[in-house]
Design a protein around this ligand. Structure first.
Ligand code: ADP
Length: 727
């Protein structure tokens, strides 16, 4: 009786133990699958908020998963849809964001493809990845993807053999399934899926084992869409003996309801031994404690996992923001630089063309590959006509591993009808995850134009120099002829006329005879002729002679000219007109250092001073002021020679600079009418100007301009002291 009661009591106790364990098991499986689903959901949501998804961003986003110990998770991947005709465009789009060489391999058929774009292995056994693989070729994951997209929530697939497991030895292959979550952009547009591959046994086996404690046989049955049930995970842990306790429980795995079947042997259950009271008490307490602890552990594990995801998401956002900042910076630099930058992948497909490159090339990108570039962009050698050899293009050479610098070429096409000259430097590109070539284009059209203009100017200058040298040679020949064939006989004529006049001279005080007067006129005529020849030579030299400017101390030069012009007065001679000497009053103000041909400048000063001394009012001595005037910030100095002489009649101020023009004064001022014309030529040759105005109060004020040298280099402006001069 007692034994029967105890038997019944023990059996009840074993059943209770069994029930507790199975419900604990269900809770654990539910919690565990919930953790996976939550993780997937969080990751999909985070992925949707990332504006530019790249390999590195995906790697950063999924990095925390490795530390979460998601048992059974083989890999996590980002999948995108593409219709057959969209495959090339989708491939090109994701290639620019993919670190490795990405080639989409569409499975047969014309329906929608589902390509793996980024992938991370979560299990060391996972050797291959889904990159580029079309999941549409496997019915189970493909249907799950379609279902997830349709429902907008996490979906579990039918069980199947993972594509990436097909390379494993048969013993290591497990029945697997995928969990997938749709990814939506912030605006709600569908972007793709996050997909996690799971090996069933690994996924739940560990959890089952932990909770069975050698007492239970457990089978997790997946409900497939074909209404069949297949075992995903199995645990034989109940030891020997016929199981007499059975339980069937349901577990929600994403959108599916899976079944957990549990068997146990009641005799092996705790509480089935004879020490009922103690066992019931201790075991009951232990089991409740265990249950509480496990539930707590599972609950906190879940919240810890969620916290990790939150932290990871925050880190990811920060990393993504930084990556975006860097990318933005790089993009801004590429947008703003005036040099063109072009990047191609190993197949010669353009990955990047900044605005400057687009503007230089004039027309859109070429899709025909490197062999087509010459024709497409209209690339010619420097001569602008010869087509540039395709295999010598810097980008093509860079794809072959060769660097080039500043290769000159001309681009002429519909967008650049005038053609532009550019230099191109190419480099092979070996960035992590991206190989290809990069080229930098520099527009040298303006420089080339300037070079051409400079070359033309140099040629013009050279021609001018040659012409000038020829003119100077002509002038030298002319001067030689003049000196030899005109001046020599004239000197002889003057000499004989002088001899004749002297030999015909009578007694002192006798009036001159007719022959004497004739000899005197011949002498005068010869002298006039000599002056004319000298002036003609000076006039020719002023235009055609070599002009060799140097720093000239104008102060010293003026003093010299004044001294020479007044020499005859100091030596007690007569004035040039033969009248009694009238001492001129010459004031020379401080004069600067100037940039001029010394001989020419001397002649200019001498002519103007000579005129100022010559064109005086009869009976009045010359009063002359030589002064310099500068304006701040102007390197030109204006030299003025003002006199109190007869002045220039109205309307004649410009004409007197015409060769041979002389004002009719009614008085006998000797001259050839060439002096001022020579002066103007000299001023012109120095890039300056020459003119005359009336001197207020009477007389004329001749002026000319020259380039002055800095005041610091002025010679000591000592006053010039010559007889009859003031300073
Ligand atoms: P030339 O003195 O040999 O006649 P220039 O060419 O030096 O020739 O001068 C041209 C003319 O300008 C002179 O004939 C004269 O009438 C006028 N002229 C030149 N300098 C002065 C001056 N300082 N005062 C008045 N008239 C002058």
């Amino acid at each position: 009786m007692v034994g029967g009661v105890l038997d019944r009591a023990e059996r009840r106790s074993a059943t209770e133990q069994f029930d507790r364990r199975t419900s604990l098991l269900t809770a654990a499986v539910r919690t565990e699958t919930g953790r996976y689903v939550d993780t997937l959901q969080t990751l999909a949501a985070a992925t949707g908020t990332i504006p530019v998804l790249t390999t590195s961003v995906f790697a950063a986003a999924t990095a925390p998963l490795a530390a979460m110990h998601l048992a059974g998770a083989s890999s996590i991947a980002f999948i995108v849809p593409a219709a057959t005709e969209q495959v090339p465009a989708v491939q090109a789009y994701w290639r620019t964001r993919s670190a490795g060489p990405l080639t989409l391999k569409p499975a047969r058929g014309t329906g929608e493809h589902q390509f793996g774009i980024f992938s991370r292995a979560l299990d060391p056994r996972t050797r291959s990845s889904t990159l580029g693989i079309d999941l549409a070729q496997a019915a189970a994951p493909s249907q799950a993807l379609a279902e997830a997209r349709r429902t907008g929530s996490v979906t579990a697939s039918d069980t199947y053999q993972l594509l990436i497991d097909r390379r494993l030895p048969p013993g290591a292959r497990q029945l697997s399934f995928v969990l997938t979550a749709p990814v939506y952009e912030a605006g709600g547009a569908f972007r793709g899926w996050i997909l996690m591959g799971l090996r069933g046994q690994d996924f739940i086996g560990t959890t089952l084992e932990r909770l069975s404690q050698g007492l239970l046989d457990v089978t997790l049955w997946a409900a497939n869409s074909t209404r069949t049930q297949v075992p995903v995970a199995r645990l034989h842990d109940a030891g020997s003996g016929e199981p007499d306790l059975h339980g069937d429980l349901t577990v929600a795995v994403a959108d599916r309801i899976w079944r957990l079947h549990v068997d146990a042997n009641s005799t092996a259950m705790p509480g089935a031994d004879g020490n009922l009271a103690l066992t019931v008490l201790v075991a009951g307490a232990l089991v409740s404690l265990l249950l509480t602890t496990l539930v707590f552990v599972l609950a906190t594990a879940r919240s810890r996992a969620q916290q990790r995801v939150r932290v990871a998401t925050a880190e990811l956002s920060a990393a993504e923001a930084e990556a975006r900042r860097q990318a933005g910076l790089l993009e801004a630099v590429l947008e703003s630089i005036s040099d063109g930058v072009g990047v191609v992948d190993t197949d010669g497909e353009f990955l990047l063309h900044n605005p400057a490159a687009k503007a230089m090339l004039g027309i859109g990108e070429d899709r025909g590959g490197p062999s087509n570039w010459q024709e497409h962009y209209g690339i010619f050698t420097e001569d602008g006509v010869t087509p540039f050899p395709a295999d010598r293009l810097p980008l093509v050479r860079a794809l072959g591993g060769e660097s080039t610098n500043q290769v000159e070429m001309v681009v002429r096409n519909a967008g650049q009808p005038e053609g532009i000259a550019i230099t191109v430097s190419g480099r092979p590109l070996n960035a992590p995850g991206q190989t290809g070539a990069v080229a930098v284009f520099h527009d040298v059209t303006a420089r080339k134009r300037a070079d051409r203009a400079l070359a033309e100017a140099m040629a013009g200058l050279h021609a001018e120099l040659t012409r000038r040298e020829a003119t100077e040679a002509e002038l030298r020949a002319f001067a030689g002829v003049v000196a030899h064939d005109l001046k020599s006989p004239l000197t002889a004529v003057a000499g004989y006329a002088e001899m004749l006049r002297d030999s015909l001279a009578g007694e002192p005080g006798d009036p001159p005879t007719r022959d004497q007067s004739a000899a005197g006129r011949i002498l005068q005529g010869a002298h006039r002729m000599q002056h004319l020849i000298d002036d003609l030579l000076s006039y020719a030299t002023a235009r055609d002679g070599a002009c060799q400017p140097e720093a000239v101390d104008l102060q010293a030069l003026a003093a010299d000219v004044v001294a020479e012009r007044t020499e005859h007065l100091r030596s007690g001679g007569t004035s040039p007109a033969g009248s009694p000497p009238l001492f001129p009053d010459i004031y020379t103000g401080p004069l600067p250092l100037v940039w001029a041909d010394r001989a020419m400048l001397r002649q200019l000063l001498d002519n103007l001073l000579g005129n100022a001394l010559k064109y005086t009012i009869p009976g009045q001595p010359a009063r002359i002021d030589i002064s310099a005037h500068t304006r701040p910030g102007d390197d030109q100095v204006r030299i003025e020679i003002a006199d109190r002489g007869i002045g220039i009649p109205d309307g004649e101020h410009e004409r007197i600079f015409t060769p041979f023009y002389r004002v009719q004064t009614g008085r006998d001022y000797t001259g050839t009418g060439l002096g001022l014309a020579i002066c103007r030529r000299i001023a012109d040759r120095h890039g300056g100007s020459l003119g005359v105005s009336d001197n207020p109060g009477g007389g004329s004020r001749f002026w000319f301009t020259l380039t002055a040298l800095p005041a610091g280099s002025l010679a000591d402006p000592l006053p010039v002291a010559v007889p009859g001069s003031r300073s």
